[in-house]
Design a protein around this ligand. Structure first.
Ligand code: GLY
Ligand code: MN
Ligand code: MN
Length: 462
């Protein structure tokens, strides 16, 4: 994306600031994080900062006034340091390269900010952002107040910039969607590769096993081979019963031929995440019990897809998926009718949560759990089930609009328990795809990997 894209976003944010009463916004990029001793984690910019600047150097910040004036703070050029850590843009080149009005060295931030805050009605920052900005803002405001005898008047209010920026980030532009489509295609390719890898290994050695980390390596290979910068989140590669641990981290457990493998992994491409889950039989053929549960989860996802279109509420997909999953629980005997009653009873009592305990989707974008309000805050609150068996007073979930991107990720996770048919024990299944809301409905941008059980078996056999 060229600098015009970011300039337009800053102009849009400035307009939102004016509509919200004016003021000045400060957005810092992410700090660098040490991993251990003097080794650093790979650097990742802050999603909000990058959304407004396209600039990925650490130690940078943006100050934007409601009249649209933009000031970048960044590292100065330093020939000696650049030998070690590479090229720095520097404040001299930044206005031309990034389209900002002014740029200054980052170590002038504390010196310049009190004057920039002078005579502003409101200071806007992202509440809770890492990096200690809140404390610095408080110091700058104190300095402005100390200069009141010189005529300085500091902002009387401090507001959360996420209120404005999240609404912008929630609706993706065609350019952003194009990047997300590419990220989805790469991630789908990685899942397809992992399936084939397992099938080949078990064909070569039918009684053997494959370690989870070997499968993870296939994913990473495909991400990087096709230009993605990194995984968008810690990949989950879960063999057999490990799939019932929702945030299981890829490890070294052996996957055996008769088990399912659950992979939840997606790449980050040019700052945008993808988020895909597939569950497949290690050697390429589902057992009868695995297939029964898989088909229920697949049907639940189809119901979620059908409920995902402009005008529908974000939460409708969850309700649609829960109905199918809960019906499946009754049909298979995971939940007994004698004990739990009808489908409506199971939903009202939330008994289904024994086997399906998470939501069916979230916003997706620069962050895997992307920015954006889930509730229709402009609609009245009312009492409704909280999904945990209690009640809560809140507005309904918001309506979907073209340009929003959501995940659709139903699952079933069966831990051994009294009354639960043993043939299903230790089976964990999730199916997750990424959906762009279009004018007509939604477009699944992660379907470059089979999802129907028959298609998975055919792919793994080929
Ligand atoms: N991979 C994180 C999630 O599915 O929400
Ligand atoms: Mn997800
Ligand atoms: Mn996921």
């Amino acid at each position: 994306m060229n600098s015009d894209t970011y300039r337009e976003r800053r102009a849009q944010l400035a307009q939102a600031l004016r509509q919200a009463g004016g003021g000045i916004a400060i957005v810092m990029t992410a700090p660098e994080f040490l991993r251990n001793r003097d080794s650093e984690h790979p650097y990742r910019h802050d999603s909000y900062f990058h959304y407004l600047t396209g600039f990925d150097e650490p130690h940078s910040g943006l100050v934007l006034r409601a009249d649209g004036h933009s000031v970048l703070f960044c590292r100065t050029q330093d020939a000696a340091q650049e030998i070690w850590t590479g090229h720095r843009l520097g404040p001299e080149a930044a206005p031309q390269a990034l389209g900002v009005d002014e740029a200054h060295p980052i170590d002038q931030l504390d010196g310049r900010l009190p004057e920039m805050l002078n005579h502003q009605s409101t200071v806007w920052t992202l509440f809770g952002a890492p990096g200690g900005l809140e404390q610095r803002v408080s110091g700058w405001l104190g300095t402005v107040r100390d200069r009141s005898h010189l005529g300085s008047i500091g902002p009387g209010s401090h507001r959360d910039l996420a209120l404005l920026l999240d609404e912008m980030r929630l609706i993706k532009s065609p350019q952003e969607i194009a990047t997300m489509r590419r990220a989805g295609a790469i991630s789908a390719g990685a899942h397809a590769r992992a399936m084939r890898f397992c099938a080949q290994r078990f064909r070569a050695e039918p009684g053997g096993s494959v370690r989870e980390y070997e499968i993870e390596a296939e994913l990473l290979h495909e991400f990087r081979r096709r230009g993605a910068q990194s995984p968008a989140y810690t990949s989950i590669v879960a063999a057999g019963a490990n799939a019932c641990v929702l945030h299981y981290a890829a490890s070294d457990a052996p996957l055996k031929a008769d088990e399912l493998c659950l992979i939840d992994a997606g790449c980050e491409l040019d700052g945008y995440a993808s988020d895909i889950t597939r569950t497949f039989p290690a050697s390429g053929r589902f057992s009868a019990a695995q297939r029964e549960l898989y088909d229920i989860v697949h049907a639940a996802q189809e119901a979620a897809v059908a409920a995902t279109h402009p005008g529908a509420r974000q939460r409708d997909a969850h309700h649609a998926a829960v109905r199918v999953l809960a019906q499946g629980m009754l049909d298979t005997g995971l939940l007994s009718r004698d004990q739990h009653g009808s489908l409506d009873d199971v939903i009202a009592s939330t008994a289904y949560r024994q086997f399906y305990m998470h939501g069916t989707g979230h916003w997706l974008g620069r962050d895997v759990h992307d920015a954006g309000e889930y509730l229709a805050l402009d609609e009245p609150a009312f009492e409704q089930p909280d999904g945990l068996g209690g009640k809560v007073v809140k507005p309904p979930s918001r309506r979907l609009q073209p340009g929003m991107v959501v995940t659709l990720e139903p699952g079933l996770y069966v831990r051994p328990a009294e009354g639960v048919p043993e043939r299903y024990w230790h089976i964990g299944i999730r199916i997750e795809d990424d959906a762009v809301i279009t004018e007509q409905g939604c477009e699944l941008i992660s379907r470059g990997v089979p999802v129907h059980a028959d298609e998975i078996e055919a792919w793994m056999k080929a």
